[in-house]
Design a protein. Sequence first.
Length: 343
Amino acid sequence: MSKVCYVALSGGVDSAAAALVLKKQGYEVRGVTLRLKPDNSADKDIADAKAVADCLGISFTVLDRREEFKRITDYFCNEYLKGRTPNPCVVCNPTIKFGELVKYAKENGAEFLATGHYADILKDENGIFYIKKAPSRKDQSYFLCKLNQEILSFVRFPLSAYTKEEVRELAQQAGLNVAEKKDSQEVCFIPDDDYISFIEKEKSPKENFGSFISSDGDILGEHKGIYKYTIGQRKGLGAFGKPMYVLKLDAINNTVTVGDNNELFKEEIVCEDVSFVSGTIPEGTLFCDVKIRCAAKPAPATLTMVKPSSCVIKFSEPQRAAAAGQTAAIYNGDILLGGGTII
């Protein structure tokens, strides 16, 4: 009898290819999709996922987790209203996407849950699981930095050694409807990448104009609301006589500090809610590489824990536009060690 596994089908080509690879390996593959978006906005992706399941001849289940997912969208909006830049995918993965799906797969007799992520899972001689960066430029390990041992022991990433081009070719050869479907570059629940409109629809924030100020505290003009700006932003600030960038967002005093590009660079950041994939907190100074956003290159740094879940990170070279609320992912070479939230 074939061993049972579930594949999280998102309606995209990556998860479809993951299901295809596992079916070719002889597993009894079952497809499962989470309905997370409000209203009917997920219908197209769910229909695409079902078409993949039908093409592969596998079962397909839709789990409605919109109520649970509301915690993620609330977090997203509230962080922006506090002058922070949230990372909803990092928060969602352990709690909703993996958390809910692992629970369901275990309850239904699966050997493991698989997804279409570009990353790999390793197990060391002590039985500890780690995440390894994929060699592909599509590596997604950054977003997995909050996964724990319980999840990693039950999850597989069948596409870890594949490139995107190889994945599309697999899907084409199998006649899958999503073979040429474009990748989503946006937060999954934000229509048209317009996060400002989403926040206004969800939270109806009061019109609260405030002041643009310089690093010295001089008032330079009027801003249109804290949540409409992010650290490092240049466009949409107005005219200051020279290029200016957002340096700081202060929701308490309702000010947006702007200045020169060179003021965006920091040698040191502090992180809270720090966790490590292994479950073990390092002692002393940890020499590592840190990514302060998903598109950033890992930068050499030293990390020192100051509390059980807080740390100070000092970079070998100053890093640009570290934003409060964003995730700092911690690596040792290609191995993802964990991550925390920049404050």
